[in-house]
Design a protein around this ligand. Structure first.
Ligand code: T1G
Length: 694
């Protein structure tokens, strides 16, 4: 068992090494010996300077998130930093990997910070529904200035060591031996002589701060918070660093932290943090299953999905061969990709030379034979089984042995597609979400014959292209789209019985969704659903007549809403009139429909379908379903995902209301799944399924 804290000496410089794998989280068993080391070295006159470093792949990646919600054992992180900051001999944090959250706060307790060039530094607490709780919202503004610090803290996105150096957060960058360089840096400071200023005493950036400009930035950021408390608390706490004395601002930061850490939103977002990591652990695909090597990817189809998928691979450093049926279609697809990169360059999120490098990683072709050297080939062609089978038939002939053949189908039976080939073990579904170069979610569809190393490869590729993977089984619409169908199964009746599209959408945005179902349908295009219904011989009371009038949504300037200028939806009395007419035709007496009823008739059936999906083993864990919905469908992170929210909301109440609507409507989507009924009756939780499965 490794020592969490070891102290070594390089003559008069003491080196404290923290070692708490895998990410040196500041658990109590690290904090206690660290406090002892700090106090001992502080009082040892033979020690002229101290260096703080970490063993393993990264500097401290934060407080130990698993300790939140439990009584905090002292010394806590603030005690450590308070002791560190009072040490008069120079203290230097030597940073590699990531210095995140409490890890960066600890480093800000030192006089100096040195780092390797690849290091990343940040305060991602806002992503856990928290704010930095050990001085980060006060000390970082002292170093970077309030406006820059506000951006770093409210985005939660780490900055690179180069940017940190420019901002004064890091004092030196090193290529070679980090600790040796840090010791040399410390010794040089000793030679320069003190006093050495603690961060809390460096007020220059605070005194020159432009409060009005800061408030304008904060107001902009608050607009994007969409009901999340943490971003607003972060901004207020950074503002306190400008307006209040250091210790007062620190105390207020603590109050915010204590409030947030015991709140529902942070509990939900911490659930998602661990759920995302759990989702990558797949039964039968242990660490012993080696992924196949992926040097080049082939993408079939350069349309919206194919182009976005291709960009994800190139952004992840994997060169792409992009195939289209015709040169025109290929050129159109590549031009769209180039335009997307140009937009990123114009926004400053991509350098011009990086764009050039990325465009050079695309090879266009209209010849299937050019895919023969690809290690993975993903088709993103028209969502039709015959078309998919035709493509896989061709792929089976040209793809090299061991190549992974993947379908981006969003609904269809991957086993049927695999059966077309002589290598079903190499076939997997990779369901990306539009826009594929932006959306984080990747539903990995495991076929009956998909080999474990194909799944291991898909999981490894997902990490390389910065996607959040969830492995799901084969069924119509997999996890996300299947539940989406249940969520909208009753939406037309809600309109016929009295709700307006705007009322339904408002209940969703009030809940925290970025957009409601009718605005979403207008964005996606009503004609897609219309074509689908016609092919299945199905009808829709409202959507069909809207489509017959050419109201396909944003793309035709009107759908459920009117779009006079671009994307802003406007209520259209024509639509209201059509709904009233269709209701009259069906003898439906229209009435007031509350937001609560809308939630019951849309979210409850969706959760119910989630329970069916768990019963069938299509999803391994309820938390996987939460990850699908938060990363693929905009389910509000502050609510933790549909299954987490359902438990917090009360399974008993949900089952009672499902029974009510099942009786009222006779619709199958409202008939409670046996699992849901059982857990509601026993007061059980979805988590117990996981334990049972483990
Ligand atoms: N606490 C506890 N466990 C952690 C952890 C943490 N801070 N960070 C990671 N783990 C576990 C994780 O669950 C996984 O476990 C394993 O380590 C490897 O992680 C007072 C309030 C550092 C970029 O938010 O972003 O400080 O699944 O798979 O992909 O202000 O981990 O193997 O059992 O993610 O290489 C702020 C969280 C905390 C950073 C590495 N810090 N971590 O990514 O590995 S709040 C964070 C990460 C705080 C103070 C406050 C990433 C990483 P298992 P991994 P990775």
């Amino acid at each position: 068992m490794n020592q969490p804290v070891t102290v070594s000496r390089d003559a008069d410089v003491a080196v404290i090494t923290l070692d708490n794998p895998p990410v040196n989280a500041l658990s109590f068993h690290l904090r206690a010996p660290l406090m002892t080391a700090l106090e001992t070295l502080r009082d040892d006159d033979t020690v002229k300077a101290m260096v703080l470093t970490c063993a393993g792949r990264t500097f401290v990646a934060g407080a130990d998130i698993t300790e939140f919600g439990k009584p905090m054992q002292r010394p806590d992180l603030r005690d450590l930093i308070a002791t560190l900051e009072k040490i008069e001999k120079p203290t230097v944090a030597a940073i590699h990997g990531t210095a995140l959250g409490g890890g960066l706060e600890l480093a800000l307790g030192c006089h100096f910070r040195v780092a390797v060039k690849e290091a990343r530094l940040g305060l991602p607490e806002v992503k856990l529904g928290l704010l930095p709780g050990a001085g980060g919202t006060v000390r970082l503004p002292y170093i970077l200035g309030p406006r820059k610090a506000l951006k770093v803290i409210v985005s939660g996105t780490p900055i690179g060591a180069g940017e940190a150096l420019q901002g004064g957060l890091v004092d030196a960058l090193h290529d070679g031996e980090l600790v040796a360089n840090a010791v040399a840096f410390a010794r040089a400071k000793v030679a320069e002589g003190g006093p050495f200023k603690a961060v809390r005493d460096r007020r220059e950036r605070i005194e020159e701060a432009d409060l009005a400009a800061f408030d304008a930035d904060a107001a902009e950021l608050a607009k994007k918070a969409r009901g999340l408390e943490a971003p607003v608390a972060c901004a207020q706490s950074v503002r306190n660093a400008i307006t209040l004395p250091f210790d007062e601002a620190l105390a207020k930061e603590r109050d915010f932290f204590v409030h947030l850490v015991s709140g529902e939103q942070s509990r939900a977002q911490r659930h998602l943090f661990f759920a995302e990591r759990e989702a990558a652990k797949v039964a039968g695909v242990g660490k012993d299953v080696k992924p196949r090597e992926i040097r080049r990817a082939g993408i079939i189809g350069a349309g919206t999905m194919g182009g976005g998928i291709a960009m994800s691979f190139v952004n992840g450093g994997i060169p792409v061969t992009l195939l289209e049926m015709s040169k025109e279609a290929l050129d159109r697809g590549l031009a769209t990709i180039e335009k997307n990169y140009a937009i990123s360059v114009s926004r400053g999120s991509l350098a011009e030379d990086a764009k050039t490098k990325r465009m050079a990683m695309f090879t266009g072709t209209t010849d299937y034979a050019d895919l023969a050297d690809c290690d993975i080939i993903i088709e993103a062609v028209f969502e039709d089984m015959d078309v998919k089978k035709d493509v896989f038939g061709k792929l089976d002939k040209i793809a090299k042995a061991g190549a992974i053949l993947a379908s981006n189908t969003s609904y269809l039976d991957v086993d049927q597609i695999a059966a077309i080939t002589a290598r079903p073990q190499d076939v997997v579904g990779l369901h990306f979400f539009s826009p594929a170069n932006v959306m984080k979610l990747l539903e990995i569809v495991r076929g009956k014959k998909t080999a474990p190393d194909v799944l291991a490869t898909a999981l490894a590729v997902a990490k390389r292209i910065a996607k959040v993977p969830v492995v799901v089984g084969v069924c119509h619409g997999f996890v996300g789209n299947r539940m989406l169908a249940a969520r909208s199964a009753d939406s037309e009746d809600l309109l016929l019985e009295g709700a307006s599209p705007a009322e339904v959408d408002k209940s969703f945005t009030d809940f925290g969704w970025p957009m409601g179902p009718f605005q979403m349908a207008d964005l996606a295009g009503l004609d897609i659903g219309w074509r689908n219904r016609k092919s299945l011989g199905k009808t829709a009371a409202i959507a069909d007549p809207l489509c017959e009038q050419g109201r396909f949504g944003q793309k035709t300037g009107k759908g459920y809403y009117l779009y006079e200028n671009g994307r802003t939806p406007k209520n259209d009395p024509e639509v209201e009139k059509l709904i009233e007419e269709k209701a009259r035709e069906r003898g439906i007496e229209r009435r007031e429909i509350s937001a609560e009823e809308i939630t019951e008739r849309s979210l409850y059936p969706m959760i119910n379908e989630g329970a069916r999906i768990l019963e069938e083993g299509i999803a391994a864990r309820a938390s996987d379903i939460d990850i699908v919905w938060v990363n693929g469908y905009g389910f509000p992170v502050g609510k933790g995902g549909p299954m987490f929210w359902a438990e917090a909301h009360g399974l008993k109440k949900i089952v009672e209301r499902l029974d009510h609507w099942h009786t009222r409507t006779g619709k199958a989507v409202f008939e409670p799944a046996p699992l849901l009924r059982r857990l509601a009756a026993s007061g059980g939780s979805f988590a117990e399924l996981r334990e049972a499965a483990a």
